[in-house]
Design a protein around this ligand. Structure first.
Ligand code: C2E
Ligand code: MG
Ligand code: MG
Length: 558
């Protein structure tokens, strides 16, 4: 072997690499020690963060694409080869892909010597994680075969679509019925899909519980939805035939070929993954067609989360506490204020709480920020008490804070720190997705009630905030959300419902606060069912502390 290669030049070996690479998944390379030169299969340049093919100053330039923690080990190995201490290179380490993610590779190579000196090394690199070509459970070809098929068309896909399918809550099936049953579900789902597709369509299995159907024969998103429904029906029939032993559903995400223009293969896979996740996020057992506006909103949420994280690190930079007056309607006096969070940043300007509160809850950042606004609110209350001694301050507390932090002890400690009687603090429990553990919540809640702190149930009449919380939590105040108030203004049925509800709340000896009153007319109509408190732009908009003092406190002093 050594003899034969002696007459072959490095240039010729590079040409051989160019000839072979299109028929290989692995990457061939040559490392010429004499000229300190490196050449690899050109498809590696797209896949990894290699700035250009055919580069000199090899060890130094490899720094650009070798995962930094693995670099020292590679240098040791290559130096030993150059020093003629070993002839065979066999190292498993990580390279960075074009998105900067580490990818495990196995790099092997044999060193050819001229005289006593190593001349060059010829070898092959394979991706360790990319070996699985077929999935023996589903009986389908796997992700690397899918990539090969896509590469045939790349970068211009014929009209058609990618339909990514995923079993809903597969983890739950495994947990409830065991892994073996899980494998059966994977296999049966693959069969159901296979029975629905046409010969011109391709089916692959993706890691975990996902599948991909490719149709490049001119189909549209509408056709993809039709196919999805057919598959769903097949799965329902399977579940029924097996006497509902395991009831499971499937979600789908559709990306049309014309939505992939100018995208790399890895971006195309990312968008199809997003589409499937979006179907699951919207409630599962449904098919979602990709829209760039949704993806942009998703990216914005992601970026927003990073900005919020940064703000928390920078002492809550960009956050401000606003105060909105609450009026007692019995005697038309200022009763207190609700503390509301505001966030501003360079990139997006003022961001609505409807956007950043869910981001704070998902990231857990609501915990430090909840603590921050608690202190802002109580410190404001302490100052206002100089003029209005029984001023009440309302603080919004999210369910996440109650369940995942010691916010209750924190509230009690803070009232002591600011020397505010606990009876002047109102905690508004904001609705937040599914309330998982009511028992835990009501236990914690009784703890806070024992300390005399008052509870308002926010957003009453919407989403999850409903009647059974009146019993479980025994709140002091019920706050009717603006959406309910607005509907009651337009519709007699809603108005009567609101009137009935407020009668019932009063019969239970609880107080009612109507939110979102914007006009004199609205106020008049709402007054007909005698709410205790009200809040709305008609009485005053949320504003910063100094403005609140000027607008609502100082006029009372004169
Ligand atoms: P919420 O607690 O129900 O707060 C009342 C919301 O209604 C505020 O919206 C307020 O500006 C708005 N509002 C009051 N009167 C009117 C009106 O007459 N017309 C209209 N159109 N709107 C009115 P904002 O400040 O955008 O806050 C939205 C939600 O974000 C809050 O609803 C609350 O659930 C959440 N939130 C705000 N600050 C915090 C906080 O510090 N912690 C937590 N956990 N959630 C917060
Ligand atoms: Mg509130
Ligand atoms: Mg509210």
């Amino acid at each position: 072997m050594e003899q034969k290669l002696r007459n072959v030049t490095v240039d010729q070996l590079c040409e051989v690499i160019d000839l072979l690479y299109t028929s290989m998944d692995d990457y061939l390379y040559i490392y010429d020690f004499e000229h300190d030169f490196y050449y690899i299969s050109p498809n590696a340049i797209k896949r990894f963060k290699i700035p250009e093919n055919g580069f000199h100053n090899v060890i130094q330039n490899m720094k650009a694409f070798v995962y930094p923690p693995d670099y020292a080990e590679l240098v040791t190995d290559l130096t030993a080869i150059q020093n003629n201490e070993k002839r065979f290179h066999n190292l498993q380490y990580r390279w960075l892909d074009s998105d900067n993610n580490p990818v495990w590779i196995n790099s092997r190579g044999y060193v050819y010597v001229t005289g006593q000196k190593p001349a060059y090394m010829l070898g092959c690199i394979n991706e360790i994680g990319n070996r699985q070509k077929a999935d023996n459970i589903s009986g389908l070809l796997g992700e690397s075969s899918l990539h090969c098929y896509l590469e045939e068309f790349f970068p211009h896909f014929p009209d058609g679509y990618l339909l990514r399918l995923g079993i809903d809550d597969f983890k739950g099936i495994n947990e409830k019925l065991g892994m073996e049953y899980g494998d059966t579900v994977l296999k049966q789902t693959a069969e159901c899909i296979a029975r629905c597709i046409l010969p011109k369509q391709k089916l692959y299995s993706l890691p975990a519980d996902e599948y991909m159907v490719l149709d490049f024969s001119g189909g549209t998103a509408k056709d993809a939805r039709k196919l999805y429904k057919q598959i769903r029906r097949k799965i329902d029939q399977y579940v029924e035939r097996h006497q509902y032993e395991a009831v499971f559903t499937i979600s789908g995400g559709v990306l049309e070929s014309n939505q992939t223009t100018d995208l790399s293969l890895s971006d195309i896979m990312k968008l199809s993954e997003f589409s499937l996740n979006e179907a699951k996020r919207r409630g599962r057992n449904q098919c979602y067609h990709f829209h760039y506006s949704d993806y942009d909103a998703f990216l914005k949420q992601k970026e927003l989360k990073a900005l919020l994280q940064k703000s928390v690190r920078n002492h809550f930079e960009g956050f401000e506490a606003y105060y909105q007056p609450l009026f007692s309607l019995a005697d038309h006096t200022l009763y207190g204020a609700e503390t509301l969070m505001r966030f501003r940043c360079e990139k997006y300007g003022t961001v609505s709480p409807a956007e950043f509160i869910p981001a704070l809850e998902e990231t857990g950042l609501i915990i430090p920020l909840g603590r921050w606004i608690l202190h802002e609110g109580l410190s404001a209350c302490k100052q206002i008490r100089q003029w209005i001694p029984d001023f009440r301050i309302s603080i919004n507390v999210s369910y996440v804070q109650i369940m995942k932090s010691d916010i209750i002890d924190e509230i009690v400690r803070a009232t002591e720190e600011y020397d505010i009687p606990t009876s002047q603090v109102v905690i508004e429990l904001t609705e937040s997705g599914a309330l998982e553990s009511d028992v835990h919540l009501s236990k914690l809640w009784s703890k806070i009630r024992e300390r005399g702190i008052r509870l308002a149930l926010d957003d009453f009449g919407t989403g999850y905030s409903n009647f059974h919380y009146l019993y479980d939590l025994q709140p002091d105040i019920i706050k009717i959300d603006r959406s309910f108030t607005a509907k009651a203004m337009e519709n007699d049925y809603e108005y009567n419902l609101l009137s009935l509800m407020s009668g019932m709340v009063h019969n239970l000896n609880l107080k009612i606060c109507i939110e979102g009153i914007e006009t004199e007319e609205e106020k008049k109509r709402i007054m007909e069912f005698a709410p205790d408190y009200s809040q709305g732009f008609y009485f005053g908009k949320p504003c910063p502390f100094d403005q609140f003092i000027e607008q609502f406190i100082k006029p009372l002093q004169s």
